[in-house]
Design a protein around this ligand. Structure first.
Ligand code: ADP
Ligand code: ADP
Ligand code: ZN
Ligand code: ZN
Length: 781
């Protein structure tokens, strides 16, 4: 079939000379309309190829076609470093690592299921006698027509309390008892008004009569009085007319009216939120809540787990039947992907990245798009092995609809299910960046230097290990939260424990309840996947404290002393040594009309972040920007024989957790959740540890190739051998098989889970009932 431009149809995406990040002039041909998996150790360049090159180039072409005027700006931002790509269809990325979803987005809005449900209520709902039929907008809390007038569709109202407004009641008003008051003149003004009104501003707050305290803090009255200001040391002020405003009124007004983020944040400290009484937290106006379908209003249906929602949609009229069938068909793939425990009203910020990506994936099945490339990043993250088969089925269906599906994945069940495999490596960073194999999965077996081949085809059993004896046990619970109802879990001390169970069974909820107060536990360290910082100003070196030492090293050079440069001169966060054009960010923001704003390298420093004078100072031949540009591995060599033990220790632990390929200055915003977690673990490991520590990790293997998992496990088991306790939430059955103890939650997700179905050594849990057992048994075999 000839393509529109008249050239013969090419069924392959052909990439030539890809040099993004660590890619070493990669040439690769990838067939379209297939399920293609990209593998390789962490940092090998999989994402640089799939996202940084193929997806980025498709995006760039799309921008150019919709907004030709933006061409110059796009040029400025930079296209992916690639010679040429041909045969590239439009691309859709389901990975949303960096966008911050708004609190108004929910499972219902992400999947569009809310729209369908509103349509159902508008057209086929049961209305109170005499009520007018409502438009489907009237069932949305995000429209003026539907939002509860009390809380403006937020479902919660802000209120304040005496405890918040007056944190220290032993103080007098003059001493600043009312912490919520503004500072400076306005604060004195309010105090003087109260004085004029006859209140005792020199008595401790707690000794004032209750009704007086109530009035001062909460009144809506705004009395105007003539104030004779107390004489201040150096000047005498004249009497004036002052208006009183209660602390609550002041806080509320500031919170809703101010344009200053600082003032708003300050006001927020004195506010607590509570469910709105008018709508009961449902965010809808009473007229909408009065409409029912199958005996429930729309808020009640939106609160049901999706599995139950699908069951409780009766047909009824012809209109209703068509609409409910459509809803059921849209819910089915979500349930298939193991997310049936979610409800439509669940806010997206409370979902994990894996859950969110799978929701988007399920939604795409009904989008009707074809001829596009879907690019996904580890869709199996957070997924129990029992559900990975369904994941492959869904990916197959997306392909069957006429699309290409490109997936960066580590889970071998997904890898084995692929039609085509692109293996990148052999190592990370500068040791990777080559395509070792592009072809059918089975053909990887002959590729000697591939770490993936070693794990995918080698079935020799793992090294024998001795099961450790616990030194005691701690109880957590009874926990009643989310789907856990009075669950008590026991964690043995001094051993390695894995918490397992399908997605939504309650694993995160349970470990979230582990607190420092546990008897027998010295210190609790929870290592999560939250970013190490939200701006490019935080990076690996600043987070671990490594940068402080490096700056001292630079400040101690002869050149720096001669010029009088101190430690602060080498910071890119304060004025002095940094480049002022970009204020030390290295990047400037470029606004594209109608398009999301994006970043371009700073025109002055070219990304170096410092001004030229600062960069003239060198240590062992490198300036500070060049040191920040080193990978951990290169930095370890650079500092090897320098007398800087703190630097060596820090770099050593980063190498130990498999992060040798990261650059010291790599901004926090460019790191994946798994990388952030390993950085936190490394900075934990570099501390001198005293006494017993209880380590908690939620899915530490996310984003890791089995080769990296080995490295990480060596570290974690090392901690246990040193006398500490490690508890991980984990889906990787090789990790679970290597644990001393397993706590399996389930049997299902949401209301069908939340119980401990088995607890014991892996061999015992492998023979227990439940969905984990068969998979664990296979890993132990
Ligand atoms: P993978 O997906 O295989 O884990 P990546 O493609 O993310 O690997 O990274 C490959 C290499 O490119 C690594 O050395 C990494 O540090 C580097 N890298 C990744 N993102 C960036 C970036 N935005 N800027 C510069 N280097 C990067
Ligand atoms: P797991 O970690 O096993 O995937 P979770 O502990 O995240 O399971 O979830 C257990 C149950 O609690 C699920 O029904 C989930 O929908 C619910 N849940 C989890 N977090 C929240 C939250 N922030 N708000 C409401 N429900 C939640
Ligand atoms: Zn309300
Ligand atoms: Zn600059």
């Amino acid at each position: 079939m000839p393509s529109p431009d008249g050239r013969p149809h090419d069924s392959r995406v052909r990439v030539r000379g890809a040099r993004e990040h660590n890619l070493r002039g990669v040439d690769v041909d990838i067939p379209r309309d297939l399920l293609v998996v990209f593998t390789g150790v962490s940092g090998s360049g999989k994402s640089s190829l799939a996202f940084g090159t193929i997806y980025a180039e498709a995006q760039r072409r799309y921008f150019e076609s919709v907004a030709p005027y933006a061409r110059r700006l796009i040029h400025q931002v930079g296209a992916p470093k690639v010679g040429e790509i041909t045969g590239l269809p439009p691309a859709v990325s389901l990975q949303q690592r960096r966008s911050a979803p708004t609190s108004r987005s929910s499972v219902g809005t992400v999947t569009n299921l809310s729209n369908s449900l509103r349509m159902l209520f508008s057209r086929a709902g049961r209305y109170p006698a005499g009520a007018e039929r409502l438009d489907s907008d009237a069932f949305s809390p995000n429209t003026a027509a539907g939002a509860c007038p009390e809380c403006h569709g937020l479902g919660r109202v802000h209120r304040t309390t005496e405890e918040l407004l007056v944190p220290d009641p032993s103080l007098t008003i003059r001493e600043g008892a009312i912490a919520a008051w503004p500072g400076a003149w306005q604060g004195k003004n309010l105090r003087d008004i109260l004085d004029t009104l006859g209140h005792d501003v020199d008595r401790p707050w707690r000794e004032l009569p209750a009704e007086e305290r109530e009035w001062i803090l909460f009144t809506d009255e705004q009395p105007v009085v003539t104030v004779h200001p107390v004489r201040e040391a150096e000047r005498i002020q004249r009497p004036y007319q002052g208006t009183y405003m209660s602390a609550r009124r002041y806080v509320m007004k500031t919170f809703s009216d101010t344009k200053s983020a600082t003032l708003r944040a300050k006001a927020e400290r004195f506010l607590a939120t509570a469910p709105c009484r008018a709508c009961g937290g449902s965010r809808l106006r009473p007229e909408a809540l009065a409409v029912t379908f199958g005996g429930r209003n729309i808020a009640e249906l939106a609160a049901l787990p999706l599995t139950e929602l699908a069951r409780s949609l009766p047909g009824g009229s012809e209109t209703a039947r068509v609409l409910t069938e459509d809803l059921a068909a849209r819910i089915a793939p979500v349930v298939e992907l193991g997310l049936g425990y979610l409800s439509l009203d669940r806010a997206t910020p409370t979902l994990s990245a894996g859950e969110l990506q799978r929701l988007r994936l399920a939604t795409q099945l009904r989008s009707g798009l074809f001829g596009v490339v879907y690019v996904l990043d580890e869709p199996s993250a957070g997924l129990h092995p029992a559900d990975t088969e369904a994941l492959v089925t869904v990916l197959e269906r997306l392909k069957a609809a006429g699309n290409s599906v490109f997936v960066v994945e580590h889970h071998f069940d997904v890898v084995r299910g692929a039609d085509w495999l692109v293996d990148v490596g052999p190592g990370a960073g500068e040791h990777g960046g080559r395509v070792l194999h592009s072809g059918p999965v089975a053909a990887l077996e002959g590729v000697g230097e591939s770490a993936t081949a070693r794990f995918l085809f080698d079935r020799s059993p793992g090294p024998a290990r001795t099961v450790r004896e616990p030194r005691g046990v701690v109880s957590v619970g009874p926990v009643t939260r989310h789907n856990l109802r009075g669950v008590t879990a026991r964690f043995p001390l001094g051993v390695f424990t894995a918490v397992t169970g399908v997605s939504g069974s309650g694993k995160s909820t349970l470990i979230g309840e582990v607190t420092e107060e546990l008897a027998g536990v010295g210190r609790l360290v929870s290592v999560d996947q939250k970013p190490i910082g939200r701006t490019p100003r935080s990076n690996l070196a600043t987070y671990t404290g490594l940068f402080d030492v490096v700056r001292k090293v630079f400040a101690a050079t002869e050149e720096a002393s001669a010029r009088g440069y101190g430690v602060g001169r080498f910071s890119f966060n304060v004025a002095g040594g940094r480049c002022e054009t970009c204020q030390g960010e290295g990047f400037v923001s470029v606004e594209l009309l109608f398009l999301p704003s994006t970043y371009a390298p700073c025109p002055d420093c070219g990304g170096a972040r410092y001004n030229p004078e600062t960069l003239e100072v060198t240590y062992r031949g490198r300036n500070i920007a060049q040191v920040l540009d080193l990978t951990v591995e290169a930095a370890a060599r650079f500092f090897a024989d320098a007398d800087t033990p703190a630097v060596s220790r820090s770099l050593g632990t980063l190498l130990d957790v498999g992060l040798g390929y990261l650059r010291l200055g790599q901004p926090a915003t460019e790191l994946s959740g798994g990388e952030a977690q390993r950085i936190k673990l490394a900075s934990e490991l570099q501390r001198v540890r005293r006494g017993h520590t209880f380590y908690l990790l939620d899915e530490p293997t996310t984003g890791l190739h089995p080769a990296d998992v080995e490295v990480l496990m060596r570290q974690l088991h090392g901690l246990v051998d040193a006398g500490h306790t490690v508890v991980v939430v984990e889906h990787d059955m090789t990790v679970v098989a290597g644990a001393d103890w397993v706590v399996d939650l389930g049997p299902g997700g949401g209301d069908e889970g939340g119980r401990i179905v088995a607890a014991g050594p892996p061999e015992q849990v492998a023979t227990a009932p439940g969905r984990t057992a068969p998979h664990l048994a296979r890993a132990l075999a």
